[in-house]
Design a protein around this ligand. Structure first.
Ligand SMILES: Nc1nc2c(ncn2[C@@H]2O[C@H](COP(=O)(O)OP(=O)(O)OP(=O)(O)O)[C@@H](O)[C@H]2O)c(=O)[nH]1
Ligand SMILES: [Mg+2]
Length: 208
């Protein structure tokens, strides 16, 4: 039995996934996780370090690491990369000024060896704010169409209204489950990404 098979079998028993929430400070990572957990989003403050949240979705236990995004904290992100199954990159869609920084930080992450193979979901958050950039504008600014190294998807969302959050997480769980456990949920995004085409469906861009 190969090593990969043994790892997959052990993971299949626990049905756990390790998911890293990253993005610039103020993007809304903690607020998204609070909304997904059904907690109040009043008085959320910047994350100085990290917090771990556990969510159960579709029979899988999601161990989620919510890491602070302030500039001084970003060098420590690498401490959390090991064994990551998926990265959720959260973008403040109303933060026009820092979109370049946001793209540069994301590109840096995608070059990390220890994140090779991790699934990538981009949450285009704060869509409830007028003047927010659209999903397509974020996708183009972050040059997502050029990503060949990771299976990726972008989902527009709002942590305040909860719109788009569950859809995004469902895609992550399906992708990781399909890769680690051979048995993703039924989804039309479960096809191969070898052709690297992108379809826009219902506000979601899926690399197929
Ligand atoms: N209008 C609106 N505000 C949001 C949304 N998501 C987060 N916010 C607000 O944005 C601010 C920052 O949210 P956080 O969740 O602390 O951001 P973060 O990414 O965890 O920031 P760090 O912990 O510093 O990395 C807070 O004032 C939130 O209330 C959203 O979807 N819409
Ligand atoms: Mg936070």
């Amino acid at each position: 039995m190969g090593l990969l098979t043994i790892i997959r079998k052990n993971k299949a028993k626990s049905k756990e996934m390790r998911i890293l929430f990253l993005g610039l400070d103020n993007a809304g990572k903690t607020t998204i996780l609070k909304t997904l957990s059904g907690q109040s989003i009043q008085g959320v403050s910047p994350t100085l370090g990290f917090e771990i949240k556990t969510l159960i979705r579709d029979g899988y236990t999601l161990n989620i690491w919510d890491v602070g995004g302030q500039k001084t904290l970003r060098p420590y992100w690498r401490n959390y990369f090991e064994s990551t199954d998926a990265v959720v990159w959260v973008v403040d869609s109303s933060d026009h000024l820092r979109l370049r920084d946001c793209g540069a930080e994301l590109r840096g992450l995608l070059n990390e060896d220890r994140l090779a193979g991790a699934t990538l979901l981009v949450f285009a958050n704060k869509q409830d704010l007028s003047g927010s950039l659209s999903l397509e504008q974020i996708r183009d600014a972050l040059e997502l169409n050029r990503i060949q190294s990771h299976k990726w998807n972008i989902q527009s969302c709002s942590a305040v209204t909860s719109e788009g959050l569950e859809q995004g997480m469902k895609w992550v769980v399906n992708e990781v489950a399909g890769r680690l456990y051979w048995s993703g949920l039924k989804s039309d995004s479960s096809t191969s990404n070898q052709q690297n085409q992108h379809d826009i469906q219902n506000g979601v861009t899926v690399s197929t």
